[in-house]
Ligand binder design. Structure first.
Ligand code: ADP
Ligand code: MG
Length: 599
């Protein structure tokens, strides 16, 4: 006798549930998606004990009549697709016809529904696949589904549920995704009778984000930059967190495709690339990205919970997103606001986003000002831009700090401190500039531009400089011949294991060719050679900019400083060095006045 059996329907449903129903939050997700597909404008989610005891979801959607209510809980029943052709271009969130059957196979479910044009409501109960009769009852238009004691007949799965708090965290996350995807939806979330969220439909996106994610401390300042583009059938809207609100994980990267929350490695990569050089290593930007494109241009039928999709033209999606985000980020002033220790408090109260080093600089600056304040004139110091209106307030003896040769009252005044930092006056305060970091970022932008237009200009060396190479380095040079050419580096074989630099980029006139080649060899040899040629070029440019830039500890003349400041103002993204560290920290007069208790 054969050993192979056909499984009964309930077993089939339970197995399907294993894929889509992992925990209470999965139930919340599936039921909310059904409500949205039913055209709901309001969804109320009420749970008890982290969803382990009860998950209740009510909507004001189109509802179901008696016949549909009975059928909805059978497996592979759906109103959203009919033929295989419908699979290409799915515009609803659901289509697999499995969620309700799966949920009803692992819990006690009661559903009440009233179709929009119907005078009466109907009700059905299913206990772990054991289906009751549809009976009439009274209820408002729409649908309410209650799911009790999830997995109660499956102790092994129930055991895997975490504490109510943890499960609630997952449920809140699902609610947040829906809330961001559907701005016009009224949403409430209640846990054990306590309201956790009440979001009014039509609220602006920024407000919703601030309300959903208080831990990002957004809302008070404009920490999110809006980018948008509409090209090649792809509509992109993004709210981009400034580098100051970056995180240690990519948890706050929300990507929505036609109102569906998705995860996609191409898109994550595009986001990462867009922020290249703007964040320190190990930091992840906060990004809310909304993509609209024709449903025919991707396939959602590739993952049981539909969290992944397959783009037919992933390269286009990648490049459009990268371009829109990068352009916006580079065109925005991302300068880091400096934080002075708050008046009257010990400096241990570290600010949220400023790094430890910027805090140190802020402390040092506060100290610097304290020490350099001429004691007898203390009360006369005015940190005001010298405008004609303010002129009468400015004491005739200017503070030492601003006695720079160029301090004519109109141009920014500056001073170099510790041969490493430049303090410069601005209209509304002053900035501290890391001379190496700023110069590096200027050079990097410059190099990028030049290389985009072709190759770097180079110069033949009078005497070629030779160096030894290992076979793997020779190979790396061969593999990257194009890159070397674009950099304006010409190498010639000089002996069995020796090569010589024959031409070198003009821009690197103050860099030792051999020193540069050493670092370049390290980089090329250890680069994971792959399709990411752009990434490698970028690393080479980073390194080049770093080597060619003014060093910390280098004394600069006033005209050199003036040039640096002028170039910095011209550069697109001079607020961060290519490694993502800030180049400039801003302080406002208001902060200073507070610090010195003048206000
Ligand atoms: P799918 O969403 O993939 O179609 P489900 O099992 O989630 O499969 O739901 C089955 C069907 O039940 C849906 O296609 C829809 O017609 C109906 N349905 C489910 N939830 C609701 C609801 N809240 N309001 C109206 N109809 C619903
Ligand atoms: Mg569904």
């Amino acid at each position: 006798m054969g050993r192979i059996q056909v499984l009964d329907q309930n077993m089939i449903n339970m197995i399907a549930a294993g894929e889509v129903i992992e925990r209470p939050a999965s139930v919340v997700k599936e039921l909310m998606e059904n409500s949205i597909d039913a055209g709901a404008t309001k969804i109320a989610v009420s749970v008890e004990d982290g969803g382990r005891r009860l998950i209740g979801i009510s909507d004001d959607g189109c509802g179901m009549d008696a016949e549909d209510l009975a059928r909805a809980f059978e497996s592979h029943t759906t109103s959203k697709i009919r033929t295989s052709a419908d699979l290409h271009g799915i515009s609803t969130l659901g289509f697999r016809g499995e969620a309700l059957a799966s949920i009803a196979s692992v819990a006690q479910v009661r559903a009440v529904s009233r179709a929009r044009d119907s005078a009466a409501a109907n009700c059905i109960e299913i206990d772990c696949g054991d289906k009751g009769e549809v009976t009439p009852c009274s209820a408002d238009f729409g649908t309410t589904i209650q799911v009790r004691d999830i997995f109660y007949k499956l102790p092994a799965r129930r055991k895997f549920l975490k504490t109510a708090n943890t499960e609630m965290g997952h449920i809140s996350e699902q609610l947040a995704r829906v809330a961001l995807a559907k701005e016009n939806l009224d949403l409430t979330l209640i846990h054990n009778g306590r309201e956790l969220h009440r979001l009014a439909g039509g609220q602006d996106l920024g407000g919703r984000i601030a309300e959903l994610f208080p831990m990002l401390s957004l809302g008070t300042s404009n920490d999110l930059i809006e980018a948008s583009s509409n090209e090649k059938g792809l509509h992109i809207l993004a709210l981009l967190g400034k580098p100051g609100v970056s995180r240690t994980s990519n948890r706050f990267q929300y990507v929505f495709l036609n109102g569906r929350f998705i995860r996609d490695k191409f898109i994550s990569h595009a986001i990462k690339e867009a922020y290249r050089g703007l964040l320190e290593p190990g930091r992840f930007p906060v990004v809310f990205l909304f993509i609209q494109m024709p449903c025919e241009d991707y396939d959602v039928n590739v993952h049981p919970t539909k969290i992944e999709v397959r783009f037919y033209n992933a390269n286009l999606v990648h490049s459009q997103i990268l371009a829109a985000l990068r352009e916006k980020l580079l065109g925005t002033d991302l300068e880091m606001p400096g934080k002075l220790p708050s008046a009257g408090q010990p400096s241990s109260a570290a600010p949220r986003s400023a790094s430890v080093s910027s805090q140190k600089i802020a402390d040092a600056m506060a100290e610097f000002f304290r020490r350099h304040r001429p004691v007898q004139r203390q009360e006369q110091i005015r940190f005001r831009p010298a405008s004609p209106a303010a002129a009468s307030e400015v004491p005739s003896h200017k503070p030492v700090l601003y006695d720079s040769p160029l301090g004519d009252g109109l141009r920014p005044k500056f001073i170099q401190i510790h041969d490493s930092f430049i303090v410069a006056q601005t209209d509304d305060g002053f900035v501290i500039i890391d001379q190496h970091a700023l110069h590096e970022s200027i050079l990097y932008e410059d190099l990028r531009k030049r290389i985009q237009d072709g190759k770097l200009q180079s110069q033949k060396l009078l005497i070629p400089e030779s160096f030894e190479v290992t076979p793997s380095v020779s190979q790396a040079f061969e593999d990257n011949a194009k890159l070397l050419e674009r950099m304006g580096i010409e190498l010639v074989p000089f002996g069995p294991r020796t090569m010589a630099v024959q031409a070198f980029p003009t821009l690197l006139s103050n860099v030792q060719p051999l020193d540069f080649m050493q670092d370049l060899m390290d980089l090329l040899e250890h680069a994971d050679t792959g399709p990411d040629a752009a990434g490698l070029l970028d690393e080479v440019l980073n390194m080049t900019a770093c080597k060619a830039a003014i060093k910390a500890g280098q004394k600069l003349t006033d005209s050199e400083i003036e040039q640096l400041l002028a170039d910095g103002r011209q550069a697109e993204s001079a607020s961060r060095c290519p490694h993502g560290r800030p180049t400039t920290i801003k302080f406002s007069i208001t902060d200073l006045e507070k610090q010195f208790k003048r206000t």
